[in-house]
Design a protein around this ligand. Structure first.
Ligand code: FAD
Length: 308
């Protein structure tokens, strides 16, 4: 019986494991090994590591955790989880079955770039960017396209036109009803709107080409595309945790889910009052620390209560 099984070894899960390791808790961290920003060469906005390769950050984290012998990091995928506080059972894809008193879910999200735009997914994270906070600075002064079928997300085109570039084209991949107020602002900002379906994205960073069904082409240095996302795992739902409308796991300020003994941290989790999941490496790491900190107190109180 482990004290805690942490599921997911991105910034959130590793941070939780580090806290537990330092408190000499017996922890198993199971990680499927495909973090959300894997395709990106560099991550930004992590103080002291701005521009650092994401994989190196995780490797450094795992090395640090290795100093704490009560933590085991195991590659693998958890396929099922059940039970209640003090007695959870998880099953791994390789058939292993493990038990723990508490669970931390840090399984993240998966981005799904439009499958009907050939070339978009292959470039996601390298020359097709989802977030102007993560990559905006690097695209300063570049010719940009914003690809979205969601009329409200025309706001992203306005945002990058305001912050980073005078040359932004909004590509809606088919005719869309853009709200009049946003359409007026696009015109005022000089953001062209192309509604023809995109048939291909070719080229590399700095020299991308969008091809359209009407025969037109558009050469751009970078593309923004806020891809639809889904949860990386369905374990929270399996355990009976409340899931919010956007698919994230409901947590409180202590990162506790609605199921006692189960915490959630990082991209997978959200406070209901927050309008949009703020999904960043630093915030995931902070969530992981917070989840472990409060869960450690909970374990200690349970230990005291059980002591003679
Ligand atoms: C292209 C791109 C670029 C980004 N750039 C930045 C940036 O510059 N700066 C920034 O702050 N943020 C950036 N982000 C956001 C950042 O990647 C996430 O906020 C961060 O990775 C969240 O950490 P996490 O630990 O919650 O999840 P993740 O890092 O996604 O880690 C989740 C882990 O859980 C594992 N897992 C999932 N299900 C299971 C299971 N059932 N069993 C076992 N393991 C499982 C996964 O394999 C993965 O290893 C970027 C995102 C994208 C898509």
């Amino acid at each position: 019986m482990y004290d805690v099984i942490v599921i997911g070894g991105g910034p959130a899960g590793l941070s939780a494991a580090l806290v537990f390791g330092r408190q000499r808790r017996r922890v198993l961290l199971v990680d499927g090994g495909s973090v959300r920003n894997e395709p990106a060469d560099a991550m930004h906005m992590y103080l002291s590591r701005d521009g650092f390769p994401p994989a190196r950050l995780l490797a450094l984290g795992r090395d640090e955790i290795a100093a704490y012998p009560s933590v085991e990091i195991r590659p693998g995928v958890v396929v099922a989880a059940r039970g209640a506080s003090e007695d959870f059972t998880v099953e791994l894809a390789d058939g292993a079955v493990e038990k723990a008193r508490r669970l931390v879910l840090a399984t993240g999200q998966v981005d799904e770039p439009y499958a009907d735009v050939p070339g978009l997914a292959e470039r996601f994270g390298r020359s097709v960017f989802h977030c102007p906070f993560c990559h905006g600075w690097e695209t300063s002064g570049q010719t940009l396209a914003v690809v979205t079928t969601v009329p409200q997300e025309a706001m992203l085109a306005l945002y990058v036109a305001d912050r980073f570039s005078d040359d932004v084209v909004l590509c809606t991949h088919g005719p869309r009803e853009i709200p009049a107020e946003i359409a007026a602002k696009l015109t005022a900002r000089g953001v062209e709107v192309r509604s023809a379906p995109i048939t291909a994205v070719t080229g590399e960073a700095g020299a991308l080409r969008l091809e359209f069904a009407d025969g037109g082409t558009l050469d751009r240095e970078a593309i923004y595309h806020r891809a639809p996302t889904r949860q990386h795992s369905g374990l929270a739902a399996q355990l009976g945790c409340e899931i919010l409308d956007d698919g994230t796991v409901r947590v409180n300020e202590l990162q506790e889910t609605t199921v006692p003994g189960v915490a959630a941290a990082g991209d997978t989790a959200k406070l209901p009052a927050v309008p949009d999941a703020a999904t960043l490496v630093s915030l995931g790491a902070a969530d992981g620390v917070r989840a472990a900190l409060w869960m450690e107190g909970d374990l200690f109180r349970a230990d005291l209560a059980a002591a003679p």
